[in-house]
Design a protein around this ligand. Structure first.
Ligand code: 5GP
Ligand code: ZN
Length: 141
């Protein structure tokens, strides 16, 4: 029997963000990739970069997309250097590594002098006023 009616939307939250079915604070966007502020930042400016097309893991990323994803990660790093020249770039891969959203994403997490000991245990939610300020600071320039 053929399926009828609308195809169910993907339950993936980052697909929803990429397709603008869910809100986010977009730092950068192009045809293949999106960068947006993390909703529970580990530091001020914490940004996520995704390929718009859903893949769970970096090993699932089609090679034709390698360049576009890396270019966006690098563009975000370049902009992040307005906030701090020091930052971590990371990918959590699998639950044991702390992955909680199973749509490939790169974290770019700026580091500040008051954080030398590590990341905070408690993550504060991103508040709209701060997000709007950050979007100006991390804009195309
Ligand atoms: P993971 O642990 O999977 O590498 O990281 C997932 C990241 O996505 C976390 O830092 C978390 O705060 C962030 N996150 C989870 N859900 C949302 C959301 O709906 N919007 C945004 N902007 N970030 C999210
Ligand atoms: Zn997805």
């Amino acid at each position: 029997m053929e399926a009828s009616g609308p195809v169910a939307a993907s339950p993936c939250i980052f697909c929803a963000i990429a397709e603008k079915r869910a809100p986010s604070y977009v730092v950068y966007e192009d045809a293949q990739t999106l960068a947006f502020l993390d909703i529970a930042p580990l530091s001020r400016g914490h940004t996520l970069i995704i390929p718009k097309a859903h893949v769970d893991r970096i090993t699932d990323l089609p090679p034709v997309q390698y360049a576009s994803v890396l270019a966006t990660v690098t563009e975000i790093c370049r902009r992040m250097e307005r906030l701090s020249r020091d930052y971590n770039i990371g990918v959590n891969q699998g639950p044991l590594a702390g992955q909680i959203v199973f749509h490939l994403h790169f974290h770019v997490i700026p580091r500040y002098p008051n954080q030398v000991g590590g990341f905070p245990r408690e993550r504060l939610p991103l508040v709209p006023e701060e997000a709007r300020t950050l979007l100006k600071e991390l804009g195309p320039g």
